[in-house]
Unconditional design. Structure first.
Ligand code: PLP
Length: 405
C-alpha cells in the first residue's frame, strides 16, 4: 500500500496554511524512488530526477537526501540543484534549443551536459575539443507519450538531433575530437508501454560501435503514473527486466558495459502532491452546476493545457451523495478543471483536493490576473512545514520598474 495523506490530515493542513495550497509528501517521493531502485537492481542504472516537474529547493534537498541525482532543463535549474546540495557529478543538464552561453555556464559549473543541436555541438567542439565529456540528445523518431504536446521523440518534434543526422554527429566528433560519453533520448511523457523504452534502446543499439568513448545510454524520463482511479502506470518491474535483457545483449555483442540513466519527473513527485482549493461560488445553469473555486489555470494549467485528468474529492463532505459538477476556476478565460465530474455534494467554502498535483503543478503556475501563486507545504516525518509562502502584492511589483515621468 502506498503512503497517502488522509482527508483529515489535508483538512488540518489547509486550515493551518490556507488555500489554494500545494502539499507534498516526502515519504511518498522516497517510496517511488525505492520502487525504481528495486526494479533496476540487476542493472547498472542511475536516476536523475527531472526537476522541471517540481523545483522547490526543499523538495530538491529531500531528493538529494534519498540518493537520487538531478536532471535540469535550464541553467537556473542547474544552479538550484547545486544550491540544494547536489554535487556537479550528480547534476545533468539536458538542454533544448538554448544559447551556447548556457552550455558554457553549465560547463563552468562542472555538470554533465547533453546537447541537442548540431550547431551547439560544433561550438562545443570548437571551444572544448576533447577536454569535456558530452552527451548527445538524439531524436529517435518514435511516437509515444500521453498526447502530442508531451510527445518529444517523433519525426516532427523539435527536440534532439534527428537520428538520421547521426552521420553528421560522428563527422563532428572526428573533426573536433569530441569526447562523446552519453547518447540520450527522451521520447515523451506518460509512456505506459515498456516496449517504447525497449525500442529506444534498439534504435541506439546500432550506433554504439561508432562512439568508442561511450559510457552511458540515457533513456530520459516519461514513466506513466495513474491519474484516474483504476488507471495503471508503467510496469516498472517489467521495464527493469527488459532493460536488463537489452543491455546484456549489448554487452554480448560489443563486449562493452554501459551504464543506463533515466530522468523520471512525474514518476517521483506526481502522486506525492495534493492541491487544495476552496469553493467560492456554486452556480446553477440549466442542468449544469458550476463549483467555482479560489484557483484557476494560473495555479494548475494541466487540464486546460493538455486536457489532463486530475482526480478531485470534496474532503469537507466526503461521505455525502455524489452529484455532477463542472469544477471551474476564477480566471478570465474558460478554465475548467473538470466537466461533468461526480463529486460528493459540494457546498460553498468546502475544501476540494486535486490528486497527482506534485508534477508540473506549482511549477507551471503564474501570476496571471495578478493573482498570487499558491503556497507550498512539505509533509515529512508527520510534520508539515511551509516551504514557499504565499505571494504578496509586493512580490508582484518586485521586478517592475516605473520609469520617471
Ligand atoms: N527528461 C527530459 C529531457 C524531459 O524533457 C522530461 C519532460 O519533459 C523529463 C525527463 C521528465 O519527464 P516525466 O516527468 O514524464 O518523467
Amino acid at each position: 500500500m502506498s503512503q497517502v495523506l488522509t482527508h483529515q490530515q489535508l483538512l488540518k493542513i489547509a486550515g493551518e496554511f490556507g488555500t489554494p495550497l500545494y502539499v507534498y509528501h516526502a515519504e511518498r517521493i522516497t517510496e517511488q524512488y525505492r520502487r525504481l531502485q528495486q526494479a533496476f537492481t540487476e542493472t547498472n542504472t542511475a536516476f536523475f530526477y527531472a526537476c522541471k516537474a517540481l523545483t522547490n529547493i526543499s523538495v530538491l534537498k529531500h531528493i538529494k537526501s534519498i540518493g537520487c541525482n538531478a536532471d535540469c532543463s535550464s541553467v537556473n535549474e542547474v544552479q538550484l540543484a547545486l544550491m540544494a546540495g547536489f554535487s556537479p557529478q550528480q547534476v545533468l543538464y539536458t538542454s533544448n534549443n538554448i544559447a551556447f552561453s548556457e552550455i558554457e555556464k553549465a560547463v563552468s559549473l562542472g555538470v554533465h551536459v547533453n546537447i541537442d543541436s548540431l550547431s551547439n555541438l560544433r561550438k562545443f567542439g570548437d571551444k572544448y575539443g576533447h577536454s569535456y565529456p558530452v552527451g548527445i540528445r538524439l531524436r529517435p523518431n518514435i511516437m509515444a507519450g500521453g498526447n502530442l504536446k508531451i510527445s518529444t521523440g517523433h519525426n516532427k518534434s523539435k527536440f534532439g538531433i534527428p537520428i538520421e543526422d547521426t552521420g553528421k554527429v560522428i563527422q563532428l566528433m572526428k573533426e573536433k575530437n569530441l569526447h562523446i560519453r552519453t547518447l540520450h533520448i527522451h521520447t515523451g511523457s506518460e509512456i505506459k508501454d515498456v516496449e517504447v523504452f525497449a525500442r529506444g534502446i534498439e534504435v541506439l543499439f546500432e550506433l554504439i560501435p561508432h562512439f568508442p568513448e561511450l559510457e552511458v545510454i540515457d533513456l530520459g524520463g516519461g514513466f506513466k503514473v495513474p491519474y484516474a482511479p483504476g488507471e495503471e502506470g508503467t510496469d516498472i518491474t517489467l521495464l527493469g527486466k527488459k532493460v536488463k535483457a537489452e543491455f546484456e545483449a549489448i554487452e554480448k555483442r560489443y563486449n562493452r558495459k554501459l551504464q543506463i540513466w533515466f530522468e523520471p519527473g512525474k514518476f517521483l513527485v506526481s502522486e506525492a502532491g495534493y492541491f487544495i482549493v476552496q469553493v467560492n461560488v456554486l452556480k446553477q445553469s440549466g442542468d449544469t452546476t458550476f463549483a467555482g473555486v479560489n484557483s484557476g489555470l494560473n495555479h494548475l494549467i494541466r487540464p486546460m493545457f493538455y486536457g489532463s485528468y486530475h482526480h478531485i474529492e470534496n474532503i469537507s463532505n466526503a461521505t455525502a451523495a455524489l452529484h455532477r459538477y463542472n469544477i471551474v476556476g476564477n480566471i478570465c478565460e474558460t478554465d475548467n478543471f473538470a466537466e461533468d465530474r461526480m463529486v460528493a455534494e459540494i457546498r460553498e467554502d468546502d475544501y476540494l483536493v486535486f490528486y497527482n498535483a506534485g508534477a508540473y503543478g506549482f511549477e507551471m503556475a503564474s501570476n496571471y490576473n495578478s493573482r498570487f501563486k499558491p503556497a507550498e507545504v512539505l509533509v515529512k516525518d508527520n510534520k508539515s512545514s511551509l516551504i514557499r509562502r504565499r505571494d504578496t502584492l509586493e512580490d508582484i511589483l518586485a521586478t517592475q520598474v516605473v520609469p520617471a515621468d
